[in-house]
Design a protein around this ligand. Structure first.
Ligand SMILES: CC(=O)SCCNC(=O)CCNC(=O)[C@H](O)C(C)(C)COP(=O)(O)OP(=O)(O)OC[C@H]1O[C@@H](n2cnc3c(N)ncnc32)[C@H](O)[C@@H]1OP(=O)(O)O
Ligand SMILES: CC(C)C(=O)C(=O)O
Ligand SMILES: [Mg+2]
Length: 498
């Protein structure tokens, strides 16, 4: 029998604290509904006393979402708790998450107090919250740097006051996995009423250990993890939902399960990344662009023989259609042959050897090779004509003007042009391209990286788009970031649309 591990998602609270990640109420509802479809147990929807907008968002999320518990954060302050309770009045199941700092730093230099007084304030806050809701979670802020003996006294007292979940945050991301695990173990063994509550982990990633610490906490008895999509959150972020969930799912030796519908993970990651303007790093576990991409020959050969030679997770399990075999000068014959077979070629050993020598020369020059490059490699004239090319781009933009773009493309060898407006110059360009392409495609990722050596430096753009269920990537690099963006879009389109 495996124990249920409760998934408490704080993307809309701790995640939303990040500069640039603020969402309006409609966007928050969209994220909340996605979290519901994902199957999280608790959505921490906000900190209602912090602003009228956050208050309203909690109200609307509580109305829009019915399966997960809706949680609102407060300080150990009566006014915060009153406002949180008011915001939760439409929640089918509401939880107040209150708490206070328990580390020497927080007690002395933040709260200007002493341990006994903090313990008293903690108990008072829990009792006050209990007037409104049955489900009260208590957080001992900076528990990671708190003395275990004192922490145990506080935890015992707040459970006696009615707290149902006890959050042990490593607020500053200080702990090592063994240390955090030992802290949870200590509480499990030294708090007499610990069986009346669930211990929860809330780990930050300042030393890159958030997931390891959370799992260590779970192995030692915690049964709730506080996580965010893509690991977004204060500073270096929180524990990422997808990492913990997939670690539990992958490790059958852990006697645990979650109720997460893992096939929804990738979609949720894309949504949060795009709404919060937070690109996901390419090598991010589970959801990064390269998480299921293989680019070196030995790995590619291994994956093609048996996916499990180099993959511990089937990408389909997290909502990604398939692993990618990326063609570079580090690829071998197996990878090249795989792509050529998909294009309909069936080469003899000698033919493959010859194609491979030509391929290496091309790959050294062009880095990542596309299907279009392979068509050229195989001398396909016809396919070469099937490209989408950017011929001319003219953009009007600036302060107090309506951004407008004129785009000339060559599609299948024929020139065509369109003009469009947009929210900004790039949007105007993309709208003009859409007019010309006339086929439906969805932009999944749009990542602009300005190199930092100076204002005359190259800008690099990656786009990901989906067309008829196929996902492709495009790349552009130019001193003009707008041109680089359109080049990246055209590069991706030329791989699928024609
Ligand atoms: C680790 C975390 O992620 S905690 C959550 C962090 N999130 C946020 O802070 C976002 C929302 N916060 C806000 O909108 C504001 O900071 C508010 C509304 C909570 C408070 O605003 P203000 O009243 O202007 O106070 P300000 O932010 O300047 O200072 C925080 C005060 O709360 C106190 N405080 C901090 N944490 C707690 C706590 N858990 N319980 C009780 N008091 C606390 C501080 O000691 C300080 O009090 P002081 O002014 O008497 O020294
Ligand atoms: C408010 C608490 C739970 C928090 O976010 C932290 O301590 O990191
Ligand atoms: Mg936090």
């Amino acid at each position: 029998m495996s124990d249920k591990l409760f998934i408490f998602d704080t993307t809309l609270r701790d995640g939303e604290q990040v500069p640039g990640c603020q969402l309006n109420t409609i966007e928050k509802i969209e994220v909340a509904k996605t979290l519901e479809a994902l199957g999280v147990d608790v959505i921490e929807a906000g900190f209602p006393v912090s602003s009228p907008g956050d208050f309203q968002s909690v109200v609307e999320i509580a109305k829009a979402v019915s399966n997960p518990t809706i949680c609102a954060l407060t300080r150990a302050v009566e006014k915060d708790i009153d406002v949180a309770a008011e915001a939760l009045k439409f929640a089918k199941r509401g939880r107040i998450h209150t708490g206070i700092g328990t580390s020497p730093y927080h007690i002395k230099s933040k709260l200007n107090s002493n341990p006994d007084e903090i313990l008293e304030r903690a108990v008072r806050a829990v009792k006050y919250a209990k007037r409104y809701v049955e489900d009260v979670e208590f957080y001992a802020e900076d528990a990671g740097r708190s003395d275990n003996e004192y922490l145990a006294r506080v935890v015992e007292a707040v459970i006696a006051a009615g707290a149902t979940v006890i959050n042990i945050p490593d607020t500053t991301g200080y702990c090592l996995p063994a240390e955090y695990g030992a802290k949870i173990k200590y509480l499990m063994e030294n708090v007499s009423n610990v069986h009346k509550a669930i211990l929860s982990t809330h780990c930050h990633n300042d030393l890159g250990m958030a997931t390891a610490n959370s799992l260590s906490g779970v192995i030692n008895g915690a049964r709730q993890v506080e996580v965010t999509i893509n690991g977004i959150g204060e500073r270096a972020g929180n524990t990422s939902l997808e990492e913990v969930v997939m670690a539990v799912k992958t490790h059958h030796d852990l006697p645990l399960h979650t109720d997460i519908n893992t096939k929804e993970i990738y979609g949720a990651s894309r949504l949060v990344s795009s709404l919060m303007n937070m690109p996901v790093q390419a090598n991010k576990a589970i959801v990064g662009r390269n998480a299921f991409a293989h680019s070196s020959g030995i790995h590619q050969d291994g994956v093609l023989k048996n996916r499990e030679n180099y993959e511990i997770i089937d990408p389909v399990e997290v909502g990604i259609q398939e692993s990618a075999i990326v063609l570079t000068a580090r690829s071998g014959r197996a990878a090249l042959n795989h792509h050529l077979e998909q294009m309909g070629y069936n080469l003899t050993k000698e033919e493959l050897d010859e194609a491979y020598s030509n391929f290496l020369v091309m790959a050294d020059q062009r880095k990542n090779l596309s299907e279009k490059d392979l068509a050229e490699l195989m001398g396909e004239k016809e396919n070469l004509d099937k490209t989408v090319e950017l011929e001319l781009l003219q953009v009007v933009s600036g302060k107090s003007t309506i951004p407008m773009a004129t785009v000339h493309l060559k599609i299948k060898g024929e020139s065509c042009a369109a003009t469009a407006e947009g929210n900004g110059p790039i949007d105007a360009c993309f709208n003009a391209v859409k007019k010309l392409i006339k086929q439906k495609f969805t932009l999944g990722e749009f990542l602009v990286q300005a190199l930092t050596r100076g204002s005359d430096d190259l800008g690099k753009v990656h786009v990901q788009l989906e067309h008829n269920g196929k996902v492709v990537y495009g790349f552009g690099a130019n001193v003009d970031i707008i041109t680089a963006s359109v080049e990246a879009l055209v590069d991706a389109l030329s791989k699928v649309v024609y």
